[in-house]
Design a protein around this ligand. Structure first.
Ligand code: SP5
Ligand code: ZN
Length: 360
């Protein structure tokens, strides 16, 4: 299996996030992708390749041009307007500018001029800081996803895009959820443009509210997600089972929310439901948003999955018989990330492995 990787990801390296008012070390760190890279480099089943530059066309096919412009300019503007420190933190800024109550009866907000206002306008939450290299990293991740999509278009049965910061929480016109650009959605739209029907299987612990929003009205792209119930877990405001798509997209979103403590068996049962719906879609290709924060030891999640179940999940996904593009999303227990990713991808390949042989 070919793995597309780009070292620009290390340019996005904020040190601190603020969770619910409490400063914490950042969970979404460069070591995540580097640990997966190390595990796959040591395995002959995987060969690494660099991405090619794809430009902004595929990005603005799913994202608002204003969001992309903001992300490109944010750091310089912040510094020119007196912003300091190592990061531009949305939590200190008026990120409630878009809240409907603020302008109730006054018409929609316009994009502010000040950096302080602009980050609030374009970021939907408060836990995703920007640093000097964030935009370059995000563009690198998009190129990784699109280059891996090209491999699938050229006939590879599987391809893996190893990227960060993750993107599935970013809807068309906002960033957040540790991510800047929704590269999974960019690659999905790119595949759909060339192939017609595409299915997305999002197995990150968190609901992919961004991907759901981007395709909510479309019937060519099916979005299926297994995730923690938003009644208790981030992102809190999307991911319920009764969100099924709208207009022509009605019935083309399937949410499978899961309880705290979700076991391997609970998980595989929900996966069957998701795979049955994907099989009905008659897609030409599958995109997997591979979050490994479903792992039992993940520091920000509450499922109970173990490493061996990832082999079985990959194997069952392969049984769909679809060309499959796997894109890395979340997963924060760094000591096991490489082993878990490798196990999942080996399951997809149907290539059993001796887990004791995984370096990590
Ligand atoms: C791609 C992805 O996995 N994004 C996740 C973003 C989650 N950010 C907020 C997490 C807040 C979790 N708080 C859990 C506290 C556990 N002690
Ligand atoms: Zn996640």
């Amino acid at each position: 299996m070919r793995v597309v990787y780009d070292s620009r990801h290390v340019l996005h390296d904020p040190t601190t996030e603020v969770q619910y008012g409490v400063p914490m070390h950042m969970y979404e760190v460069p070591a995540r992708v580097e640990s997966i890279r190390a595990a796959l480099l040591a395995d002959d089943e995987f060969s690494f390749t660099n991405p090619t530059e794809h430009g902004l066309g595929p990005v603005t096919a799913v994202h608002h041009e204003g969001l992309v412009r903001f992300l490109a300019d944010a750091w310089s503007l912040w510094r020119i307007q007196g912003g300091g420190g190592g990061a531009m933190p949305p939590q200190y800024l008026p990120d409630t500018v878009l809240h409907p109550a603020i302008r109730e009866g006054m018409g929609p907000a316009r994009e502010p001029s000040a950096a302080m206002g602009r980050i609030g306008y374009w970021c939907w939450e408060t836990m995703t800081p920007l640093v000097v290299g964030s935009y370059q990293a995000a563009r690198g991740a998009v190129d990784v996803a699109l280059t891996a999509a090209d491999l699938v278009l050229a006939g590879d049965r599987t391809a893996y895009g190893l990227a960060r910061p993750p993107g599935h929480h970013c809807p068309r016109s906002a960033f957040g959820g540790y991510g800047l650009l929704n590269y999974s959605a960019v690659a999905t739209a790119y595949l759909a443009e060339q192939l017609g029907r595409v299915a997305v299987l999002d197995v990150d612990y968190h609901h992919g509210n961004g991907t759901q929003q981007i395709f909510y009205h479309r019937d060519d792209v099916l979005y299926v997600s297994l995730h923690a119930d938003p009644d208790r877990a981030y992102p809190y405001f999307a991911g319920w089972a009764d969100e099924r798509g709208a207009a022509t997209g009605e019935g083309f979103t399937l949410n499978l929310p899961l309880p705290a403590g979700c076991t391997n068996a609970d998980y595989l049962a929900a996966l069957e439901t998701g795979l049955e719906r994907i099989a009905e879609h008659a897609a030409a290709a599958l995109v997997v948003s591979l979050g490994l924060d479903t792992y039992g030891q993940d520091p920000i999640a509450d499922f109970a999955l173990s490493t061996d179940v990832y082999y079985e999940v990959g194997r069952r996904v392969a049984s769909l018989g679809l060309p499959t593009l796997v894109l890395q999303e979340g997963g924060y227990f760094v000591p096991k990330l490489g082993e878990n990713a490798r196990t999942w991808l080996r399951g997809l390949l149907g290539s059993p492995l001796d887990l004791r042989a995984t370096p990590n």
